[in-house]
Design a binder for this molecule. Structure first.
Ligand code: NAI
Ligand code: MG
Length: 397
């Protein structure tokens, strides 16, 4: 029964290790004293196979009603493979596989993706830099704001574009050199930015920087070449930054930013980028602080928010018992949900416990020991998923 005093949260563990890390994150939320009504929703491969739809309408309706979702991970497969795995009764009936997480982002217009990339002291996966004959370990604390719904991912694209599209494009002088390319040899993917979406993500990034005391907001685009779209981002950033005089506004180009990634990652705070560049730069920073076992994220729309680790369902580890995968990315995603709900103190408690476990270094999952994943990792000193979660919980007591 739903308790009226508590927050309702739609839970979507999904497939494979999504299910495994999900239940661990719930244990941590419990230990932090967070109370909620968890409403389970079906999503992912099982739904596709049985129903021909990886994102059932009933799940959309639950999210429309409750507006907060916690998501594990799903399995996606290429179209043909997906069609083959449909249950026999559904085969050949025209069902087409679509990724449910992309579907959620579009349906709920989850236009802001937040990806914190913070190094925890003592994490053996942290980036280190040579300094003289020794080395230093910069402390990275970057939060990437990636525009999630537009840009190169807006899906407006063609191979062999229709005639009216071609003639519209030919009104641009630079299109002349493509005039004689046969349609079948011409592929176009558009990069569409809208001013409201640029302005919304930049303002949210500044508000976040202010709330969590970051010193700078960096717009990471390429306005010297992609003048119109990156240019619009730049223009909006200059306007909005005047409302935040204490926060520095910087601009970097995506290519240079990737080159500087290992040079001075500690200099950056909040980073804003369009969809494609945001995907690239957030994976780059995530690689400096432990990779997929630690990469958490939030998808925030105007009236719905979904929190999820960046990793997928890792099918090759899904059936190992006990499980070897790192629950941190899922636990940290749950923390982001707490922060979104205003439960800052509980989120801080969990993050401190995570930091303590990592710094102490007694309990480490296989990825932290750089071992190839298999059941053998326990003999080589790795902790199980459950032992890692237990260690975090014990630090909170
Ligand atoms: P993946 O993220 O599932 O796994 C890649 C590798 O990263 C794993 O083999 C493992 O070595 C490591 N890894 C991932 N999560 C880890 C964790 N928590 N702890 C330790 N190591 C971890 O990506 P992959 O293999 O490309 O895709 C597997 C399935 O997941 C595919 O069906 C793919 O479509 C789906 N996927 C789903 C996503 C989502 O639900 N948002 C995102 C990415 C992939
Ligand atoms: Mg990616």
């Amino acid at each position: 029964m739903i308790n009226m005093g508590k927050k309702n949260i739609v839970t979507m563990p999904g497939d494979g290790i999504g299910k495994i890390v999900f239940s661990e994150a719930l244990r941590v939320l419990d230990a932090a004293g967070f109370e909620a009504n968890y409403i389970n929703a079906d999503i992912g491969w099982g739904c596709w196979v049985k129903e021909g739809n990886a994102l059932p309408q009933r799940t959309i309706e639950l999210l429309e009603k409750h507006r907060i979702g916690l998501f594990g991970a799903i399995t996606s497969k290429p179209k043909d493979q997906a069609a083959k795995e449909l249950s026999p009764g559904l085969q050949g009936k025209g069902y087409v596989y679509y990724s449910p997480i992309v579907g959620l982002r579009q349906h709920f217009d989850l236009d802001i993706c937040i990806r914190p990339c913070r190094s925890f002291k003592g994490n053996p996966l942290n980036f280190i830099r040579r300094k003289g004959n020794s080395f230093e370990e910069p402390s990275v604390d970057v939060v990437v704001f990636r525009q999630n719904t537009e840009g190169l991912y807006s899906g407006v694209e063609w191979t062999n574009p229709p005639e009216n599209v071609r003639s519209a494009l030919e009104t641009h002088p630079k299109m002349k050199k493509f005039k004689d390319v046969p349609g079948k040899d011409l592929a176009i993917s558009t990069r569409i930015f809208t001013r409201p979406a640029c302005s919304r993500i930049i303002r949210e990034a500044f508000l976040y920087a202010k709330k969590f005391k970051y010193k700078s907001v960096t717009i990471c685009e390429k306005p010297n070449v992609i003048r119109e779209t990156s240019g619009m981002m730049m223009e909006e950033a200059k306007k909005i930054s005047t409302d935040f005089p204490d926060i520095k506004l910087w601009f970097t180009n995506i290519d240079a930013q990737m080159m500087w990634l290992t040079k001075n990652p500690e200099d950056y705070g909040v980073i804003v980028a369009g969809n494609m560049f945001g995907d690239i730069v957030s994976d780059g920073f995530a690689g400096l602080v432990g990779g997929l076992g630690f990469a958490c994220s939030a998808n925030i729309g105007k009236d719905c928010a979904i929190f999820e680790p960046t990793h997928g369902s890792a099918p090759k580890y899904a059936n190992l018992k006990p499980s070897i995968v790192n629950p941190m990315a899922m636990i940290l995603s749950a923390c982001m949900m707490l922060e979104h709900l205003g439960e800052i103190e509980k989120a801080e408690r969990i993050k401190k416990a995570v930091a303590d476990v990592i710094e102490e270094g007694k309990v480490r999952t296989y990825d932290m020991l750089r071992l190839p994943g298999s059941e053998k990792v326990f003999d080589q000193g790795a902790a199980s998923t459950k032992e890692m979660t237990d260690a975090v919980i014990s630090k909170m007591e």
